[in-house]
Ligand binder design. Structure first.
Ligand code: KG4
Ligand code: ZN
Length: 347
């Protein structure tokens, strides 16, 4: 099966072509980002994201389709004609993120996918963005490398959730954040420190420079016997600290270290507790924060259960993970049955 996947749940506009040929392979993957616009506002303003996506969506899909056949033409008119032929002749189904996400952003992807599905008579496969973050781990791996049951940790800018999977379609939600997501907390601290947005990569870079930590922030609810998280207090703690200190570059790096540590400690503790208690064979991590090397190292240092992470380019939002989930669970629908669901959680 060859799939065209579309992802527009937040600020990225992504399209990818994938095949399932012994393992899941990404034939082409294109992402247009409106990050520069959000960097100016220090965060995502939904209306700005959706407006940018309206402009990006067709060029991104066309470029992906062309790339899937090794064509790299920039002539928009001929591009469109050959991209149309590729979609018509080579693609078996269209996968699209149906939620959760920002409603305006989701609608751009959903309505485009529905239109293409109708015009080209291709089945449509709606995909839950959160599950797709976990299943990004199947990309370039043989399906039998991933054995069940496993614990999935989703750590992104919008979500922090722990799930227990007994098959690719059967899972139980164990717990999640009660307020801010892990990435959101990191980005908010980044704003306090006047770092670039999103702050995760820079906080990680700065934290690495610290050999002698001098600050410690709390890891909220780390000792509660549940699988929940809470990160909104961390921002307040950092804010209070920043207000009473004179800022220097070294102090900024120290704050980055302490922030990262506070987030990672609770993620690691609860994820490993879940995996060990439930006799999981694996831990699969997904979402933008899973790109963090210190998170990976700390998890590995604290358990003998094997841990998988997606390749870096598939840990942040992308369409390849949407196509991957659709290839593993090809639940085809008529375009009339598919709608954007910003509140879609785990169903
Ligand atoms: O999954 P993602 O691309 O978007 C959402 O679905 O939210 O995640 C973006 C989040 C941002 O908060 C960003 O700061 C964080 O992932 N992030 C990182 C790193 N790279 C991205 N956080 C910590 N360390 C990183 N290296
Ligand atoms: Zn995401």
């Amino acid at each position: 099966m060859r799939i065209l996947a579309i992802e527009t749940s937040c600020d990225e506009t992504g399209a990818a072509v994938l095949v399932n040929d012994k393992k899941i392979k990404v034939v082409s993957n294109v992402i247009a980002t409106s990050l520069e616009i959000h960097a100016k506002t220090g965060g995502i303003i939904p209306e700005n994201a959706a407006r940018a996506q309206v402009g990006y969506i067709m060029p991104v899909i066309i470029e992906t389709l062309l790339k899937s056949e090794g064509i790299d033409s920039k002539d928009s008119r001929t591009d469109f004609i050959s991209a149309r032929e590729i979609l018509r002749d080579k693609i078996d189904a269209i996968a699209v993120t149906s939620g959760p996400g920002l409603i305006g952003s989701l609608l751009v992807g959903i309505e485009t996918a529905k239109t293409l599905s109708y015009v080209f008579d291709k089945p449509l496969i709606p995909v839950n963005h959160l599950l797709a973050h976990i299943f990004a781990n199947y990309i370039n791996r043989k399906e039998d490398e991933i054995s069940y049951p496993f614990v999935g940790l989703i750590v992104s800018g919008g979500h922090t959730d722990l799930l227990f999977f007994t098959s690719s379609t059967d899972y139980k939600w164990l717990g999640g954040t009660r307020d801010d997501a892990a990435g959101e907390a990191i980005d908010k601290v980044g704003r306090l420190l006047e770092l670039s947005y999103p702050a995760g990569p820079e906080i990680e870079r700065r934290a690495k420079t610290i050999t002698k930590p001098i600050i410690r922030f709390h890891s909220p609810i780390i000792n509660e016997d549940n699988f929940d998280f809470s990160f909104s207090g961390l921002k307040t703690e950092v804010m209070r600290f920043v207000q009473k200190e004179e800022m220097t570059e070294d102090l900024r790096n120290q704050i980055c270290y302490a922030t990262q540590k506070a987030v990672i400690d609770v993620l690691v503790k609860k994820t490993i507790k879940a995996a060990e208690r439930l006799n999981a064979k694996l831990i699969l991590v997904g979402g933008g924060v899973s790109a963090n090397q210190t998170l990976k190292n700390t998890l590995e240092e604290n358990t003998s259960i094997p841990i998988f992470y997606p390749e870096r380019e598939y840990s942040t939002d992308n369409a390849a993970m949407i196509g991957t989930y659709a290839l593993i669970n090809p639940r085809e629908k008529n375009w009339k049955e598919v709608n954007a669901n910003p509140e879609l959680y785990f169903t």
